[in-house]
Design a protein around this ligand. Sequence first.
Ligand SMILES: Cc1ncc(COP(=O)(O)O)c(C=O)c1O
Length: 389
Amino acid sequence: MFYELAVSTWGREEFDAIQKVIASNRLTIGPHVAAFEEAFAAYHGRKYAVMVNSGSSANLVSVAALFYKKERPLVRGDEVIVPAISWATTYHPLQQYGLKLKIVDIDLQTINMDCRQLEAAMGPHTRAIVGVSILGNPAALDVMRRFADERGLYFLEDNCESMDAELAGRKAGTFGHISTFSTFFSHHISTMEGGLVTTDDRELFELVKSMRAHGWIRDLPSDSSIFEKRDDDFYEAYRFILPGYNVRPIELSGAIGIEQLKKLPLMTAERRKNWKLFQSLFDGDNRFIIQQENGKSSAFSFTIILNPEAKLSRAKIMQALKQADIGYRIITGGCITRHDVIRHYDYACVDDLPNANVAHDQGFFVGNHPFDLRPQIERLREVLDTAAR
Ligand SMILES: Cc1ncc(COP(=O)(O)O)c(C=O)c1O
């Protein structure tokens, strides 16, 4: 394809790492996953990182952990504020744990939650905010965290789309009480499938570790803060303290993660160069609304929303992209209330979500990869310009 939506970022290093793990014959979770977790936490300046088998699982165990905190746990029926646009599994664990969603519209320029509506979203049962940075562009994470702190809310940061983005000198994924990442194939770094949870809170770290592995105590330190060790090795070896899952990653994923993380700064720099070119070619053309950077985007892809005032047909534009062999897709998962699954949710919206609906109906994104995409981006510009005339 001339301009792919997603490409592999692996080189020899990743394949060599795979071979080494296979030769070691230790394929289940072990030292490579632990080393990746340590490196990932250090890269983000976080105390703890826990790897799981996907970003979706990272969200699941994070929500679960908040239900088992000793003090002020979430309880069923609590309300949580969420943006209208994100991926389906940002929301599903909230539904599965009996939380009520309060859905807030996005800002059409950043495609992130419109924080001016936070006050209107607050109610007597609000206990948490989920902040999502869409496609590499940091949401107003500082505003959300401050808002949460002032009201005693938990701030869960779904950073599955914005690894290595920065806001106010801090990496996205460090603003939440608990933050999640995805290392799925098409994301900033890839371990095939994979995800991570980061936190500075020891209790949350231990809860997530236990949740990841059957609710077991096996991976917890002997001076754990979430259980008291007993003097009976036989029963201690198979002691379960939480209703957990098995969402452990395998060693191969940890070994690949170590190599990919080393490459991340360079890959982000390349993506940012492409982003500058994309911006320079599209800025000021009012037919297209492109994502406005908040802080420093790690520019995972380029979003384009057809300005409703320009009255363009997305179908016609997509036809032109298809003919030009340019890959495209809906922005993240589109507006959550437009999906059939919403009938299974307990939810309310602050308003009619006009911006999220425009993004759903008139938006799309194309890929941004960690190498020079000048020919692809210039062609994209030409194709869109012609199709929009
Ligand atoms: C915002 C967001 N959250 C969660 C996920 C889930 O990550 P995974 O695909 O690794 O399960 C994604 C995936 O794209 C995402 O975009």
